[in-house]
Write a protein that binds this ligand. Structure first.
Ligand SMILES: Nc1nc2c(ncn2[C@@H]2O[C@H](COP(=O)(O)OP(=O)(O)OP(=O)(O)O)[C@@H](O)[C@H]2O)c(=O)[nH]1
Ligand SMILES: [Mg+2]
Length: 294
């Protein structure tokens, strides 16, 4: 009989390289929120995949960033750094044909003795595949990597190979979770995250960074879940934008979030959403702790 392997796999990288998309495709379920904007992920989550001979615990981490400085960004960077340290294997996600200072910063924070596999993501966007070879050769000069695997989190290309390579690096050991368990987070977590995802997807360039979501209540009665949430913004003017003319934008946001929640939870959802102002929440360590940031 072959041996069973178990381990944690940190998915690290600078913002927007496709870490959350990769986690979702690897576990086969959309758990992590995704948007075209950088710094979508603010709270790490584990996605668990159990195969015949391996249990992987993938940790989706916030993108490590150096462009903006405030208390929230420091908290996110700390999460990213700690996550890449506390794992058996780190998967460093980079974008195909792009490796620059921001990627190097992330790599520098992964301890020297950590096993690293580089996932060169978004290869579906590379027209000439031959260009990947010199790119991979350049990557090899950055650090001793266990492997460099070109993938696409969008199409799923080569993810089986990524799983094989990562699985072989995990230590031998028994599974820590039941085989059907997909994540360590509960429905409350996903409810708040799905609402925040809609803010990233439906608001303009800057506003999502001024917004945070807090769950007020979550009640399950039969197959109906009654969920109430607050969207925190930093100013009255932002509140007016999020609500929109006659509440139209807020209605679109809530309705999109509700549909995703119903899909994920497999039951009807009543969702009530309020928009409130908390001045400078992203710069206030006390408020951030109340909002659940460690
Ligand atoms: N074309 C293409 N786009 C991708 C691929 N993977 C992710 N994307 C897109 O890249 C954008 C960022 O994806 P995310 O998964 O949110 O990236 P992330 O690294 O988790 O970003 P942060 O949480 O902000 O650090 C989204 O628009 C995704 O749809 C891919 O393989 N191909
Ligand atoms: Mg993400």
């Amino acid at each position: 009989m072959s041996t069973f392997r178990f381990g944690t796999v940190a998915i690290a990288g600078r913002p927007n390289t496709g870490k959350s998309s990769l986690l979702n495709h690897l576990v086969g379920k959309k758990l992590a929120i995704v948007s075209p904007k950088a710094q979508t992920t603010r709270r790490s989550l584990n996605g668990i995949l159990t195969t015949a001979d391996c249990q992987y615990v993938f940790a989706d981490l916030p993108g490590y960033q150096t462009r903006h400085v405030n208390v929230l960004n420091r908290v996110l960077n700390r999460q990213a750094t700690n996550g890449a340290r506390d794992c058996d294997v780190a998967v460093l996600v980079v974008e195909a044909l792009r490796f620059a200072a921001a990627d190097r910063e992330v790599l520098a924070r992964i301890p020297r003795d950590r096993k690293i596999v580089v996932a060169v993501n978004k290869i579906d966007l590379v027209r000439n595949r031959l260009e990947l070879l010199p790119f991979i050769e350049r990557l090899q000069k950055e650090r001793r990597f266990e492997a460099i695997v070109p993938v696409s989190a969008r199409t799923g290309r080569n993810l089986v190979e990524l799983l094989r390579v990562v699985g072989a690096l995990l230590p031998e050991g028994p599974a820590a979770y039941p085989a059907h368990q997909l994540t360590d987070r509960d429905e409350r977590f996903f409810a708040a995250e799905l609402l925040r995802e809609k803010l990233f997807q439906l608001l303009g360039e800057e506003l999502p960074y001024r917004c945070e979501v807090a769950l007020e209540s979550f009640h399950e009665k039969g197959r109906l879940r009654r969920i109430e949430a607050t969207i925190w913004v930093e100013r009255d003017s932002q509140k007016a934008i999020v609500i929109g003319a006659r509440g139209a934008l807020l209605k679109r946001i809530s309705s999109a979030a509700r549909k995703d929640m119903e899909r994920l939870f497999g039951g009807k959802v009543y969702l009530g959403v309020w928009v409130k102002v908390k001045r400078d929440w992203s710069g206030d360590a006390g408020l951030l702790r109340q909002l659940g940031f460690g």
